[in-house]
Design a protein. Structure first.
Lengths: 402, 229
């Protein structure tokens, strides 16, 4: 008698495993498409969420790059007793002396002066527009650009000329600036010489009417005290400057100075979006889970329907392990197809959305890899039980069911 | 045909009882020598199919010993039994069991899938096997394009593509008209001439009459063993 050890089952080649998996899928196309669709929808939802939020983040980064994150502002806070504080008159000059500060500018609130389209408008309808005296170097420092007309220069700063913020111009119904265009500001006519673009880092300027520092003092009784100081610093020294800014601007009462970094506010807004993204990602994960259950269902039915095939393969010499791997390969292929389609779909949605918004399209590589791995993992989990059941079928039982 | 002292199939006191008390085989002793062509006949429920499954190692006996091609089945693991089936036993079933939508040549090549041979070589041998059963002109046809007789020839090609020592056929003519059945039995006769040991289950006495040895079964027992001289 021959010793049992001389028999050895040959291993399936990887290419044959792939063929076997594909064979099962080809025979039932509609069902395969539908159950792959479940996985695809889950992956596509997650991909689009991640892609869109990454693209939005990329746009923000690009915007911050363009705006610069080295803008610091200082303004008067409140005194210890809760009264509004003031900055000293020479604060701008003192801040200028900080070594790492590249430029300093300021605006000073002219609180009594309201702006109206004409002198016929009732006094109470001031439109919420604030009047500020502005230094002539404000646009460079605060990152403001002129939408129309021109900015104040040393000459126009002496005369009743005004530059309006973007929303202020909108509220006043002012279109093209020019010598003919005047607004009723603080009880006299000011000529509108320019309109600003929206200023992302200094939204305060959007609802402002800006006039020259000397003109404010001459015509409107401005006290000459700055209310917001804008500084641009060496990008590597922002933290150091921030630490000394309050003390420098108001050496006598440093606690009465509010210092902020406007780019932080934009970044914080993005952080809020991250929380929202997490929620949507969870919804996508649920869709993926449902897709996985669809795959499991398909595989269970597939095993039930193919008992004869399983019996035949056992008769042809397939081991239990080879039956198991065949059905597992089929499930992995199914979920892999769904995952790939979902990634394509989600990336497409991201690209279209980002393009429509004028954002750069961005998709993190870790997510692409992770999403595909998640789809395969779902496929493996969904296929495991049916595959084990298929392998456990007795060959004769499988052949008898036809 | 070279007679060898060691039979390819040796059954001693084989019984098979299914859970629930159904007894399909009782105390069967059977020897099949290499190169024999054996018909197993008997009414349905007589245990023919169970006997074939036990010989084909698809089923293990409840009692007794089964030795196939020198291997004691009781001492083999499931993996070793699979290897035994892959390399030494070919099966033909009444309902063909061809994969739908798959070309004839690939259906036949699947007969070698579990032997570790590469796809190209499997296809080459499949083409030869199809040639051998008279299906050389039908390599790329799919099962639904074939007649019943052609399907069964394809199934036989799949069973013999690995050149098994033992070919087991379970009612191979059962789903065929008499003409196709006749022609199929001639093919089985030809394969036997070439030296393959073949066991055919049939309940058709006419078919059995063609074959050189006839084992009759009833109620799970061997009740007759006639060898034509």
């Amino acid at each position: 008698m021959r010793p049992p050890g001389s028999l050895r089952a040959a291993a399936l080649r990887p290419s044959d495993v792939l063929r076997l998996g594909g064979h099962g899928l080809r025979a039932r196309r509609l069902r395969v498409v539908l159950s792959a669709l479940g996985i695809a929808i889950g992956i596509a939802a997650m991909t689009a969420v991640v892609g869109i939020s990454t693209s939005s983040r990329a746009r923000l980064d690009r915007q911050l790059d363009a705006l610069g994150t080295n803008l610091l502002t200082a303004g008067p806070g409140t005194t210890l007793f809760g009264d509004p504080a003031k900055l000293p008159e020479d604060a701008v000059a003192m801040v200028q002396r900080i070594g790492a500060v590249e430029s300093v500018s300021a605006i000073g609130s002219v609180s009594d002066a309201k702006v109206y389209r004409s002198d016929r408008i009732p006094v109470v309808q001031s439109g919420g527009i604030g009047t500020y005296a502005a230094l002539t170097n404000l646009p460079e420092t605060a990152g403001a650009t002129i939408a129309a007309g021109t900015w104040l220069n040393d000459a126009t700063a002496e005369y009743p000329a005004v530059v309006l913020g973007a929303r202020a111009a909108d509220r006043l119904g002012v279109g093209e600036p020019g010598p003919e265009l005047q607004v009723w500001l603080g009880g006299r006519w000011f000529t509108v010489i320019g309109i600003l673009d929206p200023v992302p880092l200094a939204p305060q300027l959007d609802v402002a009417a800006l006039i020259g520092w000397p003109a404010a003092q001459r015509y409107l009784g401005f006290d000459g005290l700055p209310t917001t100081i804008y500084t641009r610093t060496d990008p590597n020294q922002v933290a150091a400057v921030r630490a000394v800014l309050a003390r420098t601007a108001n050496p006598a009462q440093p606690n009465e100075v509010d210092v902020s970094r406007p780019s932080d506010a934009l970044a914080a807004r993005a952080a809020v979006n991250v929380a929202f993204t997490g929620l949507l990602l969870g919804v996508g994960a649920v869709a993926l889970l449902v897709g996985g259950i669809g795959v499991a269902n398909t595989m269970v039915i597939s095993v039930l329907e193919r008992r004869a095939e399983i019996g035949l393969r056992r008769a042809l010499g397939a081991t239990r392990g080879q039956i198991r791997i065949q059905f597992l390969a089929e499930s992995l292929l199914l979920s892999g197809l769904g995952g790939g389609a979902g990634l394509l779909l989600g990336s497409g949605v991201t690209a279209v959305y980002a393009t429509l918004q004028g954002w750069p399209t961005a998709m993190p590589a870790w997510f692409v890899g992770g999403a595909f791995a998640a789809a395969l993992l779902i496929g493996a989990l969904a296929g495991l039980y049916p595959a084990v059941r298929a392998a456990r079928l007795a060959p004769t039982e499988a052949l008898a069911t036809t | 045909m070279r007679p060898t002292p060691e039979p390819i199939v040796t059954l001693r006191g084989v019984g098979r009882q299914y859970p629930g008390g159904v007894v399909a085989l009782r105390d069967v002793d059977l020897d099949i020598a290499r190169g024999e062509l054996v018909a197993v006949v008997g009414p349905s429920g007589s245990g023919k199919s169970t006997l074939l499954h036990v010989i084909g190692t698809l089923d293990r006996p409840s009692t007794g010993s089964v030795v196939i091609d020198g291997f004691d089945v009781a001492r083999l693991s499931d993996n070793e039994l699979s290897a035994l089936r892959a390399g030494r036993i070919g099966f033909v079933f009444q309902l063909f069991h061809l994969a739908p939508g798959v070309p004839t040549i690939d259906n036949v090549a699947d007969g070698l899938l579990y032997t570790g041979i590469a796809l190209r070589e499997r296809r080459r041998r499949a083409a030869l096997a199809l040639e051998r059963v008279g299906m050389g002109h039908r390599l790329t046809h799919r099962p639904h394009e074939l007649s019943g007789g052609e399907k069964q020839r394809t199934a036989i090609a799949r069973a013999v593509v690995g050149e098994p020592a033992l070919l087991l056929a379970d009612e191979p003519t059962g789903a065929l008209d008499s003409q196709s059945g006749e022609s199929l039995m001639r093919l089985i006769g030809d394969l036997h001439e070439d030296g393959t040991t073949i066991v055919v289950i049939t309940h058709d006495r006419d078919v059995a009459a063609h074959l050189s040895r006839e084992v009759s079964m009833l109620d799970g027992r061997v009740v007759g063993d006639r060898t034509a001289l």
